[in-house]
Design a protein around this ligand. Structure first.
Ligand SMILES: [Zn+2]
Length: 68
């Protein structure tokens, strides 16, 4: 079962299986779990993924972090 994670630094999405540790492949920062399922994520279009990324960027600007 894959889970969707996002990097709080460069906002790259990554699909991570339960066993492996969630680190960003680009900046090596630990990732945050997204509130979206893998199935839902895989059904998103490129445009919708861009919007979802923008949502996380906005959320970090507002709260100072991506933490819940
Ligand atoms: Zn990153």
């Amino acid at each position: 079962m894959l889970k969707v994670y996002i990097c709080p630094i460069c906002y790259n999405f990554r699909l991570v299986s339960k066993r492996s540790k969630a680190y960003c492949l680009h900046c090596n920062h630990s990732l945050l779990p997204c509130n979206i399922t893998y199935v839902a994520y895989s059904n998103l279009s490129e445009e919708e993924r861009g919007k979802y990324k923008a949502y996380w960027i906005m959320r970090k600007k507002q709260t100072g972090s991506c933490e819940k």
